[in-house]
Design a protein around this ligand. Structure first.
Ligand code: PEP
Ligand code: MG
Length: 303
């Protein structure tokens, strides 16, 4: 069976009726890039940058980050690399951030909220990303967004960063910028948010947690954690529709993207990209190549 999958390498991700999908890889560090390429990833759909912060005892400097992002961009050789900005807090604690202990960290000071509270940390990462984007196809993605106002605040900080780099005569690129849709608020605001950004990527791990009000880390709740809950599926559908109305693409980078029981449904919804662990890429390609999306939609209508 493994051998059969190997024969799918180099093939396009296209359905029987001609719908194309991007199959990208989720990676947690530089070492994973080789595995992503071996599995024929068209790009990196989620590069979790927090490992850079978690792996040490001080704030990573601009230069340290620049070298890592540059390596990623060059290794992926022109393929799109979506680097998510800092997502510390909640489950991913980091001592030198000296964050207060919170009763409810999943709903606490985390991710973009830290970046907007402490812009100096955010700006260091943005400078490194804008500089590294000269060396490949880097896209930047912001996590845990809940409002248009946050996106505008981010844009203002980005403008400052660009102006400072320009003034210092430092070369920088023009990366596409998108957001994660992983809070119910961002789903409900997706029509307006789509006007502000270049792409959406749905983080189904957090989106399911916040929609069902079930802690994703509490295994005692597993029997209630229905990852196929229609509320979550409807939210995905709504997000994709609003993305397309504004002319931007929409992917899924949470675990659900790799769920083979849902691949046909994601195709029917028009999901443009699935970013999954490298080992899931070829199995998903196989399903995509065997699917007739229009026929599948009709078969669902008659059910
Ligand atoms: C998600 O929430 O679905 C996601 C992809 O991000 P993380 O799992 O890192 O929170
Ligand atoms: Mg998340």
């Amino acid at each position: 069976k493994k051998r059969l999958l190997q024969t799918l390498k180099g093939k396009e991700n296209i359905t029987l009726d001609g719908q194309k999908v991007m199959l990208y890889a989720n990676v947690g560090n530089i070492k994973d890039l080789g595995i992503a390429l071996q599995n024929d990833a068209g790009g990196i759909g989620l590069f979790r940058s927090e490992f850079i912060y978690l792996g040490q005892d001080h704030y990573p400097t601009e230069e340290e980050q620049f070298q890592i992002y540059k390596t990623v961009a060059e290794t992926m050789a022109g393929r799109r690399v979506i680097i998510r900005t800092l997502d510390i807090g909640a489950d991913k604690q980091c001592d030198y951030f000296e964050l207060d202990k919170e009763d409810n960290p999943a709903m606490g000071l985390r991710a973009i909220r830290i970046c907007l509270t402490r812009p100096e940390i955010f700006k260091t990462q943005l400078r490194a990303l804008f500089r590294a984007s000269v060396y490949g196809n880097i896209n930047i993605m912001y996590p845990m967004i809940i409002s248009v106002d946050e996106v505008r605040q981010i844009k203002a900080i980005v403008e400052e960063v660009k102006a400072e780099l320009a003034e210092q005569g430092i070369e920088y690129g023009n990366p596409a910028q998108g957001i994660m849709i992983e809070t119910p608020a961002s789903v409900m605001m997706s029509r307006e948010l789509a006007e502000e950004v270049d792409f959406f990527s749905i983080g189904t791990n957090d989106l399911t947690q916040y929609t069902l009000a079930i802690d994703r880390q509490n295994s005692k709740l597993d029997k209630f954690f229905d990852s196929h809950h229609p509320a979550v599926l409807r939210m995905i559908q709504m997000t994709v529709e609003n993305a397309h109305k504004a002319g931007i693409w929409c992917g899924i980078c949470g675990e659900l993207g790799a769920d083979q029981a849902l691949t046909k449904d994601f195709l029917a919804m028009g999901v443009d990209e699935l970013s999954v662990s490298p080992g899931s890429i070829l199995p998903l390609r196989k399903i995509i190549l065997e699917t007739d999306v229009e026929a599948y939609k009709k078969s669902k209508q008659t059910k």
